[in-house]
Design a protein around this ligand. Sequence first.
Ligand code: BES
Ligand code: MN
Ligand code: ZN
Length: 528
Amino acid sequence: MAAPVLPAQVSPPQFAVSDLLPGAITGVDVVAVPVLPADDGGDGTVLLGPGAAELSDDLAVDLVAVAELHGLTGKVGDVATLPVPDGTTTNPGLRLVVLVGVGAARPIDLRRAGAALARATRDREAVATSIPALAVDDQDVVDESEAIEAFVAGVMLGGFVFHWRSQGPPHQPVRRVVIAAPGLVADRAALERSVALGGAGWRSRLLASVPSNLKNPAWLASQAEEIASAAGLDVKIWDESQLAREGFGGILAVGAASATPPRLIQLTYTPRGIAARAARKLPVVVLVGKGITFDSGGLSIKPAASMGSMKRDMTGGGVVLATMAALADVDCPVRVVGLVPAAENAISGSALRPGDVIRHWGGRTTEVGNTDAEGRLVLADALAYAAAEHDPAVIVDVATLTGAVKVALGQQVGGLFATDDALAAALDAAGTRAGEPLWRFPLHAAYEDKLASKVADASNDPGGPGSITAALFLKPFVGDVPWAHLDIASVGDVEKEWHEWTVGPSGFGARLLLTWLGTPEPLAGVSD
Ligand code: BES
Ligand code: MN
Ligand code: ZN
């Protein structure tokens, strides 16, 4: 049968900045006005953001009164709309005013206000807003670029749509967003960076949303090739015979049952604008992403209820691809290699069996106690290869690895393990800034005993605590390279719409990795 064809998908909005107040911008059919709780709090009145007074005059309507009539208190994400059938003299095309609660106007609030704006402006042409001009952080200090980043991420992700409908998508995100904030937000570079970050979130989410009847290892590799040519990256793909020749026993074992054979994908980024010889001396960060294109569990088959979302078991791989695609846009100053071991954990007569022993790249062996603990088997090959062949300063892997991390953290926080405190701190800070928060777990050495196998170097089924023993399984493969492991099984799926998180695969991790790799010194303080 012919391969399925992915229908055309919607695009995220275009963004621009303007020095005008929102009501003075023409060519937009919507103006969105930020609503804050009044300082004194008590009497229920609200304050409106920049441009609201001028817009009230143009409309001959008191927008504060409108906000109060709708019961708005400035709570973040609360929205009210005012139709404007005839426009204003300054902007005859204006049709709708949206009042958006921005709470305390911290970055997290602006991200949520952005998502609320995205929902309120679905299928509209263009919106002008001064929402990001309100930025304050916990210390009441304004960081313009962080404010724009948060707002743009909220608008982009809050409007994310994936569809495979014969009649087209149910909704389109608003086509254009103009950030209108005279004096404060004039930083176009910050906007470009924000769009790159939001776009990476969008891309990783899109990849995770694609169903597995299309998304097999070869398809994921073809996506990597497209990204490489668009972003100017080097690309190398290992097919199943090359994997066999070079000894990638974990990837081959997990992919052995599938009609669509495994691949190993490698993308390489080198910062631009420096001489080739100098570039070769830059430190290397290796990112490894779990690329299981479907996880049935294998012969240790999953119950139907847990298998339903397993098309997104390549989220870590998608995160790595989306990160690689945007490194140049955030001026990443180090070399970065992205590795995605891609395989389908399927069931057939050639499937990996419980009790089998496999030999990973580099020679370590694993006894397979449970074929559903497949992620660590493919990661092991890639980590060993990365440590031995790329002389990395740091390795970071991203994987939907264990159900146990969801039990521990719920669905809003990802798990972090690290052998280096500076690396852990940098990733934690990046996660907070990006709105993809992490919580650090211990690589508690005494649990290593649980990994013992009677016949091989380790068992892949060590028992609980599941997230920690999975991380300890991976650890020997990186040797002494500073290493962090992100277990994102907790945050991979959004079950209930929540601010910027629309229902479906989340693509969690790309904005955090780019936030980290886009800092001037991502490796500062990391031991060498
Ligand atoms: N892909 C799953 C982990 C997962 C679970 C991701 C739930 C997202 C939501 C992984 O391959 C897996 O099956 N892990 C097992 C390991 C066990 C058999 C040792 C698990 O966590 O149950
Ligand atoms: Mn599994
Ligand atoms: Zn899995």
